[in-house]
Design a protein around this ligand. Structure first.
Ligand code: RB5
Length: 151
């Protein structure tokens, strides 16, 4: 069985939800690598956090990561700039499940100002334990790293 490890980071707007998720996941036996921010009162730019998380994923610190900003939108735009990242902005347990099952997402993205803590915990649980279905989804996911640029 794969070790239960997860990378996590947020900006100031996602900090409170991040802290709640860290406690929740640690109680469930996960090793959580926290890349901050740990201060909700000092603004932090979300692209910087997305970069650190991409870097940690790139060196296989953990198989999955969680990123949180106010809406999840900024983190989503930022982290998906890296072609080995499949970041999914999720708002419900069902979208968390489908992000793994159909999209083989490796980053769960949440909005700290728009998603309540209980929903976020359920999303994290499901995301971290759902397998990619493969099959018809494999060819589609494989295309993502080879998106054409011949505009
Ligand atoms: C910060 O105020 C906010 O803009 C940020 O957390 C995020 O929602 C951006 O997409």
């Amino acid at each position: 069985m794969q070790a239960k490890k997860v990378i996590i980071a947020s900006d100031h707007a996602g900090c409170s939800l991040k802290e709640q998720l860290i406690s929740y996941l640690e109680d469930k036996g996960y090793t959580v690598y926290n890349y901050g921010t740990n201060d909700p009162n000092t603004p932090v730019d979300y692209p910087q956090k997305a970069f650190y998380v991409a870097k940690a994923l790139n060196r296989y610190e953990a198989p999955f990561a969680i990123l949180i900003c106010g809406t999840g939108i900024g983190m989503s735009i930022a982290v998906n700039r890296y072609d080995f990242i499949r970041g999914a902005l999720v708002c419900s347990p069902e979208t968390a499940r489908l992000a793994r099952a159909h999209n083989n997402a490796n980053v769960l993205i949440l909005g700290g100002r728009v998603t309540d803590a209980d929903t976020a915990k359920q999303c994290a649980d499901i995301f971290l334990t759902t397998a990619f279905e493969g099959g018809r989804h494999t060819a589609r996911v494989n295309q993502l790293e080879k998106m054409p640029h011949d505009f």
